[in-house]
Design a protein around this ligand. Structure first.
Ligand code: SAM
Length: 243
């Protein structure tokens, strides 16, 4: 993948043969990513695999990192933040168990990539980002790719989006010290909250489901995320990083 660097900036701006070749290259890289990093590790929901095969991840990373967009790792997106590893995006999305008419809330818009995957799968996507520059850029990207079923808000996502609640799914793409209560309160009956919970070096990917007036809780595996900073999250400044 890295060998493509020399061609990247030229064809992104222009059309024609070089651009077509590059799109073919990225399409192949994306299919390989889905096969080798995602399906091979056990994600088997066909709708999730299709969405991951479709969303052009190379358009969600800084231009100089586009040739690494399909690598098996998170990447920096500026402001001390990251776009998550592709497998992590697919795994968390599968855990949400979205249906076509689901309404879903994401906390931590970042690049907008996870939101694009959600837009492919759900009826409405609400996403909250605390850093205004990232929120604006993500909104611009999602619109330019033709997505219309999303809304971006700048703010503290640990408070949720009460005016739009309840949600069938809530996904938190930053690591929380504990489960923010406003988020569980904003789950619909049968809704699922997928959230990394734990200390800053490593968290447990946790799923909370609202059922019959109560909540079930399961731990799915370990993960490492940048911190969820807010009223019901960590109290540190935005420059803090884990990786
Ligand atoms: N989902 C993103 C994507 O697809 O690119 C990656 C998210 S990145 C790992 C975590 C994001 O959570 C950062 O952009 C960070 O600014 C944001 N964040 C952290 N605390 C937040 C909060 N309380 N409310 C909203 N966003 C928050």
């Amino acid at each position: 993948m890295r060998g493509w660097t020399g061609h990247h900036s030229r064809s992104r701006r222009g059309n024609g043969v070089t651009g077509d070749m590059e799109e073919d290259y990225y399409t192949k890289a994306r299919k390989a990513m889905v096969r080798q990093q995602i399906a091979a590790r056990g994600v088997d929901d066909p709708r999730v695999l299709e969405a991951m095969s479709k969303v052009p991840r190379h358009l969600f990373v800084p231009a100089h990192l586009a040739d690494r967009a399909y690598d098996d790792s998170p990447l920096p997106i500026g402001e001390g933040q990251t776009i998550s590893q592709p497998y992590m995006v697919a795994w968390m999305t599968e855990l949400l168990r979205l249906e076509k008419d689901s309404r879903v809330l994401e906390i931590g818009t970042g690049s907008g990539y996870q939101a694009a995957v959600l837009c492919e799968l759900a009826r409405e996507v609400f996403t909250i980002e605390k850093i205004p520059e990232l929120a604006r850029e993500a909104e611009r990207r999602l619109s330019s790719l033709g997505y219309r079923n999303f809304r971006v808000r700048v703010g503290d996502g640990t408070l949720g989006w009460p005016e739009e609640a309840p949600f069938d799914g809530i996904i938190v793409t930053a690591g929380a010290p504990s489960v923010p209560q406003p988020l569980t309160e904003q789950l619909a009956e049968g809704g699922r909250l997928v959230i990394p919970v734990g200390p800053s070096g490593m968290q447990m990917l946790t799923v909370i489901e609202r059922r019959g007036g109560g909540f079930t809780h399961s731990e799915e595996g370990s993960c490492v995320f940048v911190p969820l900073v807010g009223e019901h999250g960590w109290k540190r400044g935005r420059g803090h990083r884990l990786e």
